[in-house]
Each structure stands twice: as C-alpha cells, then as structure tokens.
Design a protein around this ligand. Structure first.
Ligand SMILES: [Zn+2]
Ligand SMILES: [Zn+2]
Length: 412
C-alpha cells in the first residue's frame, strides 16, 4: 500500500492524506485559505471513501471537490457533518471573493448526500476496510480515525487534545500497536500553560478592562472556541453582557442539538442562553456604548466582525487572542508585530491586546504520550511547523518516525 501526503506536510492547513491499497481511502480534505496555495495537491487516484476527522476548515473545506470527478462515500460524526456544512458555505463565499470556484453547489449537495454518519467507537465496514472513530477532544465531534485495511491498521490523529475543556471531553486512545500513526504536530515544540492558571489570568484581564470602562474583544474560531469562551467568561463573571457576532452563533445553535458530544452540556446551554447574538452590522455600534464582552469571528482576525470591532475599539479596551494563529495572518501579526492589515494598510490598533494560550491542541507532552501509548511501527509527523524536529526527537526515542514532504509517497 502507498500513503501520499497531499497537504499539511510540514505546514498547518489543507490536511489531506491518501492511502492507496485495495481501497483508496482519504483522510481529510481541507483548505488553507488566505494563502497563495490554498488547495491540497491533486490525488493520484479518486478515493473510494474519505473520512472527515472534524469540521475545521483546514480539514473539511475541500471535500466537495472530491465530487468533481468521483463519488466517494464520506464518513464523519453527526456534529462534524452538520458543522462542516456551515464552514463549507462560508469558504465558498471566501473563495468567491478571491474569484476562485474550486467546486460549486452541486458538488456540495452530492457531499451531503454521500455522507455516512458514524458515532464514536462503532465499527463500520466499507469495501475491504473497517473504520472506527474515537473522540479526539479538540472541538465537539472531532475524531481520531482508526482504519483496518489490507491486513494493516492505520491511526490518523486529526487534531486532538488529551485534557478536557469546558466544552470538550478528553481524547480517547485507539487500541495499541497500529502499523502506522499519522499524528498532528502543531505544538510539538512546547507545552501549554495550565488551564486553571490561564483562567485566573483571563479573569484578571477581564476585570481590569471592564473596570476601566473598556470592552473586551475575544476574536474566536466559530467552532469550539466561541462556545468555550461563552462558558469561561460566564464562569468568571456572572453579570457582564456577552455579545456573540459572526458565524460563532450559528455554530453554537447547531451544536446545541448534539448534547452527547458536548462536555457539561447543561451548563453550555445555560451560558449560551445568557449571551446575545448580534444579527445586524448596524447593531455593532450600540454594543460598544458600554463595557461588555464581544466574542467574534474570525479567530485569526482575518476579516469578519472581530477585525471590524478591533479597529473601532479605543485605548480603554482590550483584545484577548486565545487561539492558534497561522503565520502572516492578522492575529499572528498583532501578537508578534503589533499591527493588523486592513485594505492593504498596516494599522496599529488603539486598543491593547494580549495572547492567552487556551489551545484546543495537544501540547508537547500529550503528543509524546500518544506516540508512546500507541507504540506504532511507523510514525508520520504532520500538521505543524516543527514536524521534522518532532520526528527527529521520536527517532531518538527509538520510533521509526518521519516528517513527510508535500506530495511525498511512502510504501507502507
Ligand atoms: Zn482543528
Ligand atoms: Zn487542523
């Protein structure tokens, strides 16, 4: 069998791997929007089936394109299927603005018709293979994928997080000793601060800013982070007005139908009901008239209401970034160079800003723990900026580990 890395090879974005054996199986098919090369490489063959590990754009955004010349069966958890519809619609709008149309509504419709919903820990037989999904933490519905095919077992970690958060369950480990592990490497170079400490610091910054009459802006990914921030803010401040602007509200409403995939669901529902959605652009000005909290997309400040609020807020206000920001995005530039770009102009916001590492990804320790626990025969380190270093370190521990290059094929 052959494993070809069509994306997320020493980069974060456009995750896509093709396993070619008796069955042709694709793991994820995502986009890397806002870059010169947003698409995964063309697969050498159409997949028979494709597994969507979770709904984030970099894993789900290019799935409709598979229906341009093929008709694979797509497998995902129910929340992932529902959330990816929202993400794909949004990415079609973004691509349209770039003047690109890598797929159209009819491909998108066929994707919906071809999706099989699979819940965690259920065996699913397809072709000559079996697929099992395990909870990956990370965001609601995210899965680690376990595939048995051609007498071998492959584990694809997707994005995962070992420890639970206020909205996600801890990740589960698939059975030990797979032949191949494909593992994300996003934070292979560092551990995250303790969540309890982060929440204390978050509460301090929130109180300080509200106390001086400012507004706290929380740029947030629509899926996962928006819902978690609703819970975190409400857990440290019972009274402040929380507004939710952008795609995060629609995602929250969608997720509220999947109670079994959300940790502490009743508390989530309660906290969500205490927030106010912003439905019209014209309401944004009214919101900022008195101190409040605004949770707004996009998480990396690449446009959306988050960027528009940031540019309007005064020096008494603060933006707290809490998620991973890809290089050259506004979020990354704000954190590292103190500016954002709007209409091609570099602007230093009047509001102050900070970064608190509330990551939805496994830290270094959890990544090593997964590899050691599973003890695979071969490890492929992908989805990260330090994949080669991670592979080198795993080799020193005795694992057969490599960091694949884009387009590279391996006999497995
Ligand atoms: Zn993700
Ligand atoms: Zn990812």
């Amino acid at each position: 069998m052959e494993l070809t890395f069509l994306g997320a090879a020493s980069e974060v974005g456009r995750s896509c791997v093709l396993l070619s054996g008796e069955d042709k199986i694709m793991f994820d098919c995502g986009l890397k929007i806002h870059t010169e090369e947003p698409y995964p490489l063309q697969p050498p063959a159409n997949p028979d089936f494709a597994i969507m590990s979770h709904a984030h754009l970099d894993h789900s955004g290019f799935f409709p394109s598979l229906f341009k010349s093929g008709s694979p069966e797509v497998i995902s958890t129910p929340p992932t299927a529902a959330l990816s519809e929202i993400i794909i619609e949004d990415s079609m709008r973004l691509m349209d603005r770039r003047g690109e149309h890598p797929y159209n509504q009819s491909h998108n419709k066929r994707l919906k018709q071809s999706t099989t919903l699979l819940s965690f820990k259920k065996w699913y037989e397809i072709g000559e293979s079996t697929v099992t999904l395990y909870s990956a933490g990370h965001i609601p519905g995210a899965s680690m994928v376990d595939v048995e095919t051609g007498g071998k077992r492959f584990v694809y970690s997707g994005d995962f997080k070992g420890e639970p958060t206020k909205t996600t369950f801890p990740s589960e480990y698939p059975p030990e000793n797979p032949d191949v592990l494909m593992i994300e490497s996003t934070y292979s170079d560092r551990d995250h601060p303790k969540r309890k400490d982060l929440e204390i610091e978050f509460a301090r910054q929130l109180d300080e800013t509200l106390g001086q009459g400012g507004t706290v802006l929380l740029p947030a990914f629509a899926i996962g982070r928006t819902q978690e921030l609703m819970r975190i803010v409400r857990s440290v401040n019972k009274d402040v007005d929380i507004y939710v602007d952008g795609m995060g509200w629609r995602v929250s409403e969608t997720l509220s139908h999947f109670s079994s995939y959300i940790n502490e669901f009743k508390k989530f529902r309660h906290d969500m009901d205490s927030c106010t959605p912003i439905m019209r652009k014209s309401d944004r000005g009214k919101v900022m008239r008195k101190p409040c909290v605004i949770i707004a997309t996009a998480g990396m400040l690449q446009g959306g209401p988050a960027l528009s609020y940031l540019l309007q807020l005064g020096p008494e206000s603060k933006a707290i970034c809490t998620g991973y920001c890809v290089e050259d995005t506004n979020g990354h530039n704000l954190i590292n160079k103190n500016y954002v770009e709007y209409d091609g102009v570099k602007i230093k916001p009047k509001a102050s800003w900070s970064y608190l590492d509330f990551s939805a990804h496994a830290g270094r320790k959890e990544l090593f723990e997964l590899v050691e626990h599973l003890s695979p025969k071969k490890v492929f380190c992908m989805h990260g900026d330090s994949c080669q270093k991670f592979a080198d370190e795993l080799q020193l521990e005795g694992f057969d580990a490599v960091a694949p290059k884009l387009g590279e094929t391996f006999e497995v």
